[in-house]
Design a protein around this ligand. Structure first.
Ligand SMILES: [Zn+2]
Ligand SMILES: [Zn+2]
Length: 244
């Protein structure tokens, strides 16, 4: 399996930046995890939009799905011109209802709600989900193909059960929005880089990839903090590809 970082910023993109979006390729399938601001443009550096097989959304905050709203127009033009056969399969949470209704209403998206019990098989790639701790219904996503495992935390605080769900991941892609010191300020809805390191260590992950940085964040600082806890940590730039 190969993971490509398309965007690593949130909750809005900085100058030249891209919000959450990650391409997973396995078994000849191309699965897009999240589709925030700038992801469609970044994705086309790697493949045409018509090459996607499925889209899976961790949650319905705008920095994780806003580009899906304009993706409908690509689908509309593509279906009418015969480039694409039908609606794009999209899986995501059932709430918040107003956000979901924007996607369900489109005849060019085939939206299916996920729950923690959902199990998907996309061309031989197995997907399962874990409800995380975030202000809206949010899921971590586990993808397995053969003995290869990628886990993406989506947005979350460090919460009970997340390490078990992430167990044995060759790549753990984790929401490292904050530094430890910043989290002392209050109850924030994302992990610190240090908490991501703790998660990776408890999950016995192979590699920890940090993501979801606020514009202006120093990636080296986040990486350094996680490295104090877990030695196989990186803060990869958009456009990088990672094999597991
Ligand atoms: Zn986010
Ligand atoms: Zn969020």
């Amino acid at each position: 399996m190969t993971l490509t970082i398309l965007g690593n910023q949130g909750p809005y993109p900085g100058k030249g930046g891209v919000c959450s979006g990650y391409l997973v390729e396995a078994a000849g399938r191309r699965i897009l995890l999240d589709c925030g601001s700038g992801v469609l443009s970044a994705l086309q550096q790697h493949l045409p939009l018509s090459g996607l097989d499925a889209i899976v959304l961790s949650h319905l905050h705008y920095d994780h799905f806003s580009d899906l709203l304009v993706f409908q127009y690509f689908m509309q033009l593509s279906v009418k011109s015969g480039l694409m056969a039908g609606p794009m399969p999209v899986w995501g949470p059932g709430t918040p209802q107003p956000h979901k209704s924007l996607l369900v209403a489109s005849e060019y998206l085939d939206y299916t709600e996920i729950t923690q019990q959902s199990r998907l098989d996309i061309g031989g790639v197995q997907l399962s989900f874990f409800r995380t701790a975030h202000p809206v219904e949010s899921y971590a996503i586990r993808l397995e193909y053969g003995n290869k495992i990628i886990v993406y935390t989506g947005d979350s605080k460090l919460c009970p059960g997340l390490a078990d769900f992430s167990r044995g991941a060759g790549i753990l892609l984790a929401d490292a929005c904050f530094l430890h010191q910043e989290k002392q300020a209050g109850d924030l809805p994302h992990m610190s880089a240090r908490e991501c390191g703790i998660l990776a260590r408890e999950a016995d992950a192979g590699r920890l990839l940090l993501t979801h940085f606020r514009p202006g964040s120093c990636l080296q600082d986040h990486c350094k903090e996680a490295l104090e806890v877990f030695s196989h940590t990186e803060a990869p730039d958009p456009g990088t590809r990672h094999d597991v």
